[in-house]
Design a protein around this ligand. Sequence first.
Ligand SMILES: Nc1nc2c(ncn2[C@@H]2O[C@H](COP(=O)(O)OP(=O)(O)O)[C@@H](O)[C@H]2O)c(=O)[nH]1
Ligand SMILES: [Mg+2]
Length: 397
Amino acid sequence: MLIGIVGAPNQGKSTFFNAATLAGAEIANYPFTTIEPNQGVGFVRVKCPCKEFGVECDPRQGYCKEGSRYVPVTLLDVAGLVPDAHKGKGLGNKFLDDLRQADVLVHVIDVSGGTNSSGESVGKGNFDPAETVRFLEKELDLWMHGMLSRNWARFAKQVKQESKKLSEAIATQFSGLGVKENQVIKAIEKCGVDPENPENWDDTDLLRFATEVRKISKPMVIAANKMDVDGAAENYKKLKSEFPDYIVVPISAESELALRKASSAGIVSYDPGEPDFMINDEEGLNDKQKEALLFIKEYLKKNNNTGVQQVLDSAVFDALGRIAIFPVGAKLQDSKGKTLLDVFLVPKNTTALDFAYHLHSDFGDNFVAAIDHRSKKQIGKEHELKHRDVIQLVSGK
Ligand SMILES: Nc1nc2c(ncn2[C@@H]2O[C@H](COP(=O)(O)OP(=O)(O)O)[C@@H](O)[C@H]2O)c(=O)[nH]1
Ligand SMILES: [Mg+2]
């Protein structure tokens, strides 16, 4: 699972990334092989079944705090996007290459209206952040369109001559888009282009198709950042009403970063996503630190949370539509007596059998039934799992 943090320069992407990944790698125990400088480990939050069942859990990865299970995910701090990046301007190509790998995007924007789409500081309230949203959508669409249109005529002809399946051919030939075949099928249906005659698609068709592919393959939430600046709240409301199809989450990345740093230093007790924090050693603080923490306290009173945790949760569970499933043995334990050891983030509509295969092909091949640990009822192969299900697999071997 890879979450791409995207946006124009100076909107707060790196601040968001640093806050969300601070010390993440150490606590996550998360196996990744190709970690790069701009990658880090963050967490999404799931209500852990441990409280409900009255047990102590032993997370293999991530951690559990006060009944909240923090499940590791990889975050990617994508290079800042500038206008005309799709033509290779700025770090355009690097941006788009990073993006290809992402399952879901978090678009960080300066909702105080103080930064334009080129990343220039213009003084708060002097820029409409809605423009930044449109600009990013357009850049992504033009990038995808550019990749498709470059060789389209030749590609379409070849597909036809060799009687290939168009959706499959698009997914493999344009691997640079990072799009799966089922997503291509959906996009073709959505924009009503003729899959039998791709040579007849004109440039407008291709752009419409690119737009649908982008929407389907790169779901996105908007992190309305710098909400701590005066006047940002009005912009946020406006943005939310202007983009009803997006999840827009108000955030203050800087406040979250300050709290995480203070928490690492032992100055405060704070759990990401929570509405408050505790100052541990009031006397040990200097005036500046005190003032900063009081400012954040006031912010939290008004806004309920910094929003950083909520953005990640929304990206994975709402925009991407994943559900968290806890596989267990009898008594919630695995063969070594570890309780609620694992949790997996799988697509919605995952069936009991899909889940068995997700764990191991042997579990799938030898699937007999599964038991829903809450109801103690047996469920069959085709049964669709729900968010936070606790599932015991019954295997034939
Ligand atoms: N007031 C305020 N400023 C922020 C916030 N997040 C980031 N900034 C500031 O915005 C500027 C750009 O942040 P940065 O994370 O480097 O942006 P990036 O270019 O998108 O990675 C820096 O001066 C940050 O301190 C926030 O939540 N509130
Ligand atoms: Mg940056």
